[in-house]
Design a protein around this ligand. Structure first.
Ligand code: ATP
Length: 199
């Protein structure tokens, strides 16, 4: 799996349609302070489903929509599309190229798409669960987070290691199975009560 390109339109400082192609090797993004470098990594986090405006340095989610400048009027929608090469089928889908799109309109309407088809946010989070590149993964480390990780409590650091090694997915599965077992036990109790009443 490899990040191929990112299309940004109306998102934060990117008023115009902007396409960034990621070639093989390491890509460095350079520019003066305030030119939008961090907005690019936030676009990646946002398209992967980030739900916290605060994590994107805003107050409310519509703050990600281009708010206007001295020369330009504000826009009414933000859109980001991320395209991944999936020829190794690292992501659990038949597609050898995966594109993920998120749109947000100023009236609050929101759209998610996988390979051009409208989908739920859950479809996106499920696809990226344990891939190491989800909205909350450790493949994207913002300024200040490195220090926070090193200074965190041992149990918090354990959570990070579980995320990175892919153990979290199984923990979630275990919790779900335990809840189902508890519910089944409750149903069984009720059935046994009914049998006792009837006999
Ligand atoms: P630094 O090198 O200082 O970290 P940077 O290159 O990472 O800066 P960003 O923090 O990505 O820059 O971009 C900040 C710029 O984005 C600011 O000029 C800010 O006004 C602009 N910006 C943020 N949100 C919006 C928005 N909704 N509409 C228009 N511009 C926005």
């Amino acid at each position: 799996m490899k990040l191929k390109s990112l299309e940004i339109s109306g998102f934060k400082s990117f008023a115009d349609d902007t396409k960034i192609d990621f070639e093989t090797g390491v890509t460095g993004i350079v520019g003066p302070n305030g030119s939008g470098k961090s907005n690019i990594s936030e676009a990646v986090r946002w398209v992967l489903g980030e739900q916290s405006a605060k994590n994107l340095r805003g107050q409310r989610m519509p703050d990600v929509i281009f708010a206007g400048s001295a020369e330009r009027k504000p826009l009414n929608r933000a859109m980001v599309t991320m395209v991944l090469d999936n020829t190794d089928h690292y992501l659990n889908t038949d597609y050898s190229e995966v594109s993920v799109t998120r749109k947000l309109f100023r009236n609050g309407d929101s759209v998610y798409q996988l390979n051009g088809q409208e989908c739920r946010l859950k479809d996106i989070t499920d696809l990226f669960l344990d891939s190491g590149i989800g909205d909350d993964s450790f493949s994207m480390i913002s300024q200040g987070r490195v220090e926070a990780i090193f200074n965190s409590k041992p149990e918090d650091r354990r959570f990070i290691i579980e995320e990175v090694t892919g153990v979290s997915k199984y923990k979630l599965g275990k919790q779900k199975a335990q809840r189902e077992m508890e519910q089944t036990a409750e149903y069984l109790d009720r059935v046994n009560d009914l049998i006792t009443e009837l006999s």
